[in-house]
Design a protein around this ligand. Structure first.
Ligand code: ADP
Ligand code: MG
Length: 716
C-alpha cells in the first residue's frame, strides 16, 4: 500500500484526488467559491486565486511525499503525455525549498515539437502551452519512483491552435450547453443555466500471460496477433485451471480498482464472458471531459497493474482474429445544472402531473429527437470519429457493431415518434397518447436492453450508448463530435421554435411541430433490426446512409466542407484544426499498418520459414528412414511435401508484401499513403497470414515458433 493508504473503501476513494471536497476543506471560503464559479464557466481564473490554490495543492501533494508535478495532457497521438517538473528549488545557502506557484499551476510550456500537430505548428515553432482544466481535478499518480502531482491540462500552440483532444472537447461542451439552454428557455425552463454532456465509458480489454506475450513480437510491437489459427473452442479449458485464472484476475482487478479509486476514478470492474480472457471495466459516468481523463487513466492503469501481475493488458480492437474484438462503449446523456437527465423519461415523469407531465414528455422527446437528427445529419463524421486501423478489423464482425451508423430506439419509442410524426399538424395531446407515452416510457430500459447488441448507437432507457468507439482510442474525440452534432441540431431546433413562437404558436406546440418535422426527415437513421444481417447493408445503402468500410474512407470527413463549416461555426475546430486531425489520423493509420506488415514479414521469414523448413525436412527424413526398412511412409512424405510447398508459398507472399510495403512507404501525401496501405498492404498481409495459419495447422505444435491462440487465450 503506497504511503500508508487506508484500505477501507470510504477513505480510499478519492484519497489521491484534489477534489472539490479537498479544495473546500483546504482553501479559504472566498477562494473556493471563486473556483466553483470558474468551474461553472462564470468567471476566468485569476492569477491571485491560482496562487492560493497552487500553495494548497503543493502542501497536499507533499503530505503524500510527492516531489514532482506534471501538466498532464492529451496530445493528438491518443496517449497522454506528461513532463515532470520538481517542486524542489535550491536555496543560496545550499538548502532546498518546495515551490509551486500559481503560474506553474495555470500554465506550462512543454516542448511541443515531438507531438503530432498535423501541420499546425512548424517544428521550429516548437512552443506549446498547457493550461489547467479547472473542471477536472488534479490527482496523484503512484509510480515506483514515488508520487507525482498530475494537473489535467489543455494543450495549445503559441497562436492558440488546439494541439490536443481536450481543448476541442471543452469547446464542444460549451457549444452544446449554449444551444441546449436556449431550447430549455424556450420551453419555459427558467432555472437551467448550464447543460453538461455526461459520459460513462466502458472499456473492453484482453489479458494474456506476460511471458507468452513477450514471445509474440506482433503483440509487443503492434498490439495484435498478425498470425494465429483458431483453437477448437473450449479445448484445454480445465476447471481447476480456470479457477486459478479467476483468482489471478480477481487480484488484478482489485488492484486496478483501488488504484483508480484512489485517483478519484469511479471504476466498477466486471468479468466479461464474451471471449476467453476478455474483460470489461466500466466507469460511473461523469461530465464528458472528466470521463475522457478517466478513460486515459483506466487504460494506463490496466497496463501498469497487469504488468505487476505477470500479465499484459491488450487494448487493441482486435488482438485475435476470429475472436470477439474490444470496444469502448460511450454511454452519453445530457444533464442540467439542476440535476435533470434530459434523456431519462422516467426522471422527466417522476412526480409530474397534468400539464407538467405533458411538458416533461415533450422535453424528453425533443432532446431525444435532437440526438436522432444530429446522428443522421453527421453520421459520416461520427463514423469518422471512431475510425482507426484497429477498428477496421473489429467493426462488422464477431458481435461488434457494423461500420454503418444507425440508431436503435426500440419499438415503443419509435412508435411514439411515428405517431407524433404522422400528424400533418402538431398532433393533439389526447389523454391516450400521453398515457401510453407516460406509462410505457419508464419501462423502456427493460424492453431494449436485450436487443441492442448489433447497434452502433443505441438508446438504453436513459442515455445513448455509442458502441462503435475503438477500445484503444481516447474518449475525447468521439465525445467531442457527438457534442458538436447535438449542439448543431439543438441550435436548429431553437431557431425553428423561436420563429414558430414568434408566429404565435404556444412553445410546447412549437416543440411538437419541430419534433414531427425532424422525425419525418431523419427517421431513416433509426434501425431496430439485426445490424449483422446482409440485408441491413443493402437497406442502409437504399436509405442513403453513409457506408464506410475502412477508416481511410471515413477519416477525410474531418475535412469535408460541410463538417468543417459546422465545427468552425460552433467554435469547436477551425478549418486548420480540423485538417490537422484528418492528417494525423491518416498518418496513424499508415504507421499502424506499416508496423503490422513489418512485424509480419519478420516473423514469417526469420521464424516461421526456418521452422517450416526443419519440419518438412524431418518428415522427409522420417519417410526415407521408414521406406528403407519397408514401412509404409506415404503420409510422412506427403506431409513433408505439403509443408515444403506452403513454405515456398510463404516466400512468395512475403515478396509480394515487401513490394506493396515499399510502394506505400514511398507515397508522401497522407490520404494517398493511407489508401496504399489499405488497398495493397492490408490484403497482402492477410494473404501471408492465410499461408502461415495453414502452416501452423500442418506443423507439429512443438515445431511452431510462437505461443499459439490456445496458449494465449486459455492461460494466464
Ligand atoms: P445498463 O446496465 O443498463 O447498461 P448501467 O447503469 O450499468 O446501465 O450503465 C452502464 C454505463 O452507463 C455506466 O458506465 C454508467 O455510468 C453509464 N451511465 C449511466 N447513466 C448515464 C448517464 N446519464 N450519462 C452517461 N452515462 C451514464
Ligand atoms: Mg454497455
Amino acid at each position: 500500500m503506497p504511503n500508508g493508504r487506508d484500505d477501507t473503501l470510504m477513505t480510499l476513494y478519492g484519497s489521491h484526488c484534489f477534489s472539490n471536497e479537498v479544495m473546500r476543506e483546504r482553501l479559504p471560503k472566498s477562494i473556493y467559491s471563486e473556483i466553483l464559479q470558474v468551474q461553472s464557466g462564470k468567471k476566468e481564473l485569476s492569477l491571485e486565486v491560482a496562487e492560493v490554490v497552487a500553495a494548497a495543492m503543493k502542501e497536499w501533494a507533499a503530505e503524500f511525499g510527492a516531489t514532482h508535478y506534471t501538466h498532464w495532457f492529451h496530445p493528438l497521438s491518443g496517449v497522454t503525455a506528461e513532463k515532470h517538473e520538481s517542486f524542489v528549488s535550491p536555496l543560496a545557502n545550499g538548502g532546498i525549498i518546495m515551490e509551486f506557484s500559481g503560474k506553474e499551476l495555470v500554465k506550462g510550456e512543454p516542448d511541443a515539437s515531438s507531438f503530432p500537430s498535423g501541420g499546425l505548428r512548424a517544428t521550429f515553432e516548437a512552443r506549446g502551452y498547457t493550461a489547467w482544466d479547472v473542471t477536472s481535478p488534479a490527482f496523484l499518480k503512484t509510480s515506483p519512483k514515488g508520487m507525482t502531482l498530475c494537473i489535467p491540462t489543455a494543450f495549445v500552440s503559441y497562436n492558440g491552435h488546439a494541439l490536443d483532444k481536450k481543448v476541442p472537447l471543452l469547446r464542444s461542451m460549451d457549444a452544446l450547453s449554449k444551444a441546449a439552454v436556449k431550447v430549455l428557455k424556450l420551453l419555459g425552463e427558467k432555472d437551467v443555466d448550464r447543460v453538461i454532456p455526461t459520459s460513462g465509458p466502458e472499456q473492453e480489454y484482453f489479458l494474456v500471460n506476460a511471458e507468452l506475450y513477450r514471445k509474440r513480437p506482433d503483440l509487443v510491437l503492434s498490439g495484435r496477433t498478425v498470425f494465429g489459427s483458431m483453437p477448437a473452442k473450449g479445448q484445454e479449458m480445465e476447471d481447476h485451471y480456470y479457477g486459478a485464472i479467476e483468482e489471478k484476475v480477481a487480484g488484478f482487478m482489485n488492484e486496478v480498482n483501488s488504484e483508480l479509486w484512489a485517483m478519484g476514478v469511479a471504476a466498477k470492474t466486471q468479468h466479461n464472458e464474451v471471449a476467453p480472457n476478455q474483460f470489461e471495466l466500466a466507469c460511473i459516468f461523469s461530465q464528458a471531459n472528466i470521463a475522457a481523463d478517466a478513460t486515459q487513466l483506466v487504460m494506463e492503469t490496466l497496463r501498469k497493474v497487469a504488468a505487476r501481475h505477470g500479465m499484459a493488458a491488450l487494448l487493441h480492437e482486435k488482438p485475435f482474429d476470429g475472436v470477439n474484438g474490444s470496444g469502448k462503449h460511450i454511454n452519453w446523456s445530457l444533464a442540467t445544472n439542476t440535476g435533470i437527465n434530459l434523456l431519462d423519461p422516467g426522471a422527466a415523469l417522476a412526480g409530474a402531473s397534468g400539464s407538467e407531465t405533458e411538458k416533461a414528455v415533450i422535453r424528453f422527446l425533443l432532446f431525444s429527437m435532437a440526438v436522432i437528427q444530429a446522428v443522421d445529419t453527421r453520421a459520416a463524421l461520427i463514423r469518422a470519429s471512431a475510425s482507426t486501423a484497429g477498428n477496421d478489423r473489429r467493426l462488422g464482425g464477431h458481435e461488434a457493431p457494423p461500420s454503418i451508423i444507425s440508431i436503435f430506439l426500440g419499438d415503443s419509442l419509435t412508435s411514439i415518434f411515428d405517431s407524433l410524426g404522422n400528424g400533418k399538424e402538431a398532433p393533439k395531446f389526447t389523454a391516450e397518447l400521453i398515457e401510453t407515452g407516460a406509462k410505457s416510457l419508464p419501462k423502456l430500459p427493460k424492453d431494449v436492453s436485450d436487443r441492442n447488441r448489433t447497434s452502433p448507437f443505441a438508446f438504453t432507457g436513459n442515455k445513448f450508448e455509442f458502441r462503435m468507439v475503438a477500445s484503444s482510442q481516447s474518449a475525447a474525440t468521439p465525445s467531442m463530435i457527438l457534442n458538436a452534432a447535438v449542439a448543431e441540431s439543438l441550435s436548429d431546433f431553437a431557431s425553428r421554435m423561436e420563429s414558430l413562437v414568434a408566429g404565435g404558436m404556444p412553445p410546447l406546440q412549437a416543440a411538437v411541430s419541430v419534433i414531427a418535422s425532424s422525425w419525418a426527415q431523419h427517421k431513416r437513421i433509426v434501425f431496430n433490426g439485426n445490424g449483422y444481417s446482409h440485408e441491413w447493408l443493402q437497406e442502409a445503402q437504399a436509405r442513403g446512409l453513409p457506408v464506410f468500410r475502412s477508416a481511410v474512407d471515413a477519416i477525410p470527413e474531418f475535412m469535408k466542407p460541410s463538417n468543417v463549416a459546422m465545427l468552425s461555426s460552433l467554435g469547436i475546430l477551425s478549418r486548420e484544426e480540423a485538417e490537422s486531425r484528418c492528417t494525423i489520423y491518416l498518418e496513424r493509420f499508415s504507421k499502424q499498418i506499416n508496423i503490422e506488415a513489418g512485424v509480419a514479414m519478420d516473423m514469417a521469414q526469420r521464424h516461421i520459414f526456418p521452422a517450416a523448413t526443419k519440419s518438412a525436412a524431418s518428415f522427409a527424413q522420417a519417410a526415407s528412414t521408414m521406406a528403407a526398412i519397408g514401412v509404409p511412409s506415404l503420409a510422412q512424405e506427403q506431409k513433408a511435401k505439403r509443408i515444403a510447398a506452403l513454405a515456398g508459398k510463404l516466400q512468395e507472399e512475403c515478396e509480394k508484401l515487401s513490394a506493396a510495403l515499399n510502394t506505400a512507404q514511398k507515397v508522401q501525401e497522407p490520404l494517398a499513403k493511407a489508401e496504399a496501405y489499405r488497398s495493397a498492404v492490408v490484403p497482402q498481409m492477410d494473404a501471408l497470414r492465410a499461408v502461415c495459419d495453414e502452416l501452423e495447422r500442418q506443423m507439429p505444435k512443438a515445431d511452431w515458433p510462437f505461443p499459439n491462440y490456445e496458449d494465449l487465450l486459455y492461460s494466464l
